[in-house]
Design a protein around this ligand. Structure first.
Ligand code: B1M
Length: 211
C-alpha cells in the first residue's frame, strides 16, 4: 500500500482523529486521488476494525472511536467526492433503518448520490418506517434509500415497504436498499426495486431507476 494511505489506515485503526485529519490532508496535498484515500485507506481500515471486533481484540468503544476518526477523514474529502454542479436529477430520502445506528456507509451513499446530482434528504439513523413514509409525503421524493448493517435490523426494510403499500404510496417511489448483510436476493424477497453493494453502485443504480 502507498505510504500515505498506510498512514491513513493506521490512524483510523488507532482511532486517532487528529492524526487521521492530518494524514488525509497530507495525502490530498501530495496529489493522492480522493477515491484512493477512500477505497484504499478509510474503508479497508473499518473492515479491519470489524475483523478485530470479531476476534475480541476491539470492543464497542474502539469501534466507535475508529468510526469517528474515519468520519473526520471523510469530511476532508467530501467536497472532492460530491463535486458535480449538475441540475438535480431527482430527490432521494436516505436513512439507516430503525434499531440501527451505523451511519458511515449511509453517509457515503448520500455523498455519492449528491455527487451524481440528486437532492438528498438525510433522515439520519434509527429511522422508524413512519418517518420514511412521511418523507415521501412531505417532499415527493423519487427514491427511498435504506441502509442496514445488522442482520437484526434488515426486517425493518421490509416494514418500510409494507407501510408504503398500506399508505398507497408504493407506486410513487423506488426503494433502493444496501448495507453489509443485505443481498440482491433479499431485495427481491422484500420487493425492493434494487440493491447496491457500495456507494458508487448505489449512485449509478439511483440514476438508472430515474429512467
Ligand atoms: Co457495529 N457491527 N455494532 N458498530 N460495526 C458491525 C456492522 C459488525 C459486522 C461487526 C462485526 O461483528 N464484525 C456487527 C454486525 C453483525 C451482524 O449483524 N451481522 C456489528 C455489531 C454486532 C454491532 C453492535 C450490536 C455491537 C454491540 O453493541 N455489541 C452495535 C449495534 C448498535 C446499533 O446499531 N444498534 C454496534 C455498534 C457500532 C458502533 C456504534 C460502535 C460503530 C458505528 C458508528 C457509526 O456508524 N457512526 C460500529 C462500527 C464502526 C462497525 C463496523 C466495524 C464498521 C462499519 C462501517 O462503518 N464500515 C462493522 C464491521 C464491518 O462492517 N466490517 C460493524 C465502513 C462503511 C464504509 O461500510 O457501512 O458496510 P458499510 O457501507 C458500505 C456498504 O455496505 C454499502 O456502501 C458502503 C460502501 O460504499 N452500503 C449501501 C451501506 N448502506 C447502503 C445503502 C445502499 C447501498 C449501499 O442503498 C440505499
Amino acid at each position: 500500500m502507498d505510504a500515505a494511505l498506510q498512514k491513513v489506515f493506521d490512524n483510523v485503526l488507532a482511532g486517532d482523529m487528529g492524526a487521521v485529519k492530518e494524514t488525509v490532508q497530507a495525502a490530498v496535498d501530495s496529489g493522492v486521488e480522493s477515491e484512493a484515500i477512500l477505497k484504499q485507506g478509510l474503508i479497508p481500515a473499518m473492515g479491519e476494525v470489524g475483523r478485530l471486533f470479531e476476534e475480541g481484540e476491539y470492543f464497542v468503544p474502539e469501534m466507535l472511536i475508529a468510526a469517528r476518526a474515519m468520519q473526520a477523514g471523510l469530511e476532508i474529502i467530501k467536497p472532492m467526492l460530491v463535486e458535480s454542479g449538475v441540475e438535480p436529477l431527482g430527490k432521494v430520502a436516505i436513512g439507516t433503518v430503525q434499531g440501527d445506528l451505523h451511519d458511515i456507509g449511509k453517509n457515503l451513499v448520500a455523498m455519492m448520490m449528491e455527487g451524481a446530482g440528486f437532492e438528498i434528504y438525510d433522515l439520519g439513523v434509527d429511522v422508524p418506517a413512519d418517518n420514511f413514509i412521511q418523507a415521501v409525503k412531505d417532499n415527493q421524493v423519487h427514491i427511498l434509500a435504506l441502509s442496514a448493517l445488522l442482520t437484526t435490523t434488515m426486517p425493518n426494510m421490509q416494514a418500510v415497504i409494507t407501510q408504503l403499500q398500506e399508505a398507497g404510496l408504493r407506486e410513487q417511489v423506488k426503494v433502493l436498499i444496501g448495507g453489509a448483510p443485505v443481498t440482491t436476493e433479499y431485495a427481491t424477497e422484500i420487493g425492493a426495486d434494487g440493491y447496491a453493494a457500495d456507494a458508487s453502485q448505489a449512485a449509478s443504480l439511483a440514476k438508472s431507476l430515474m429512467n
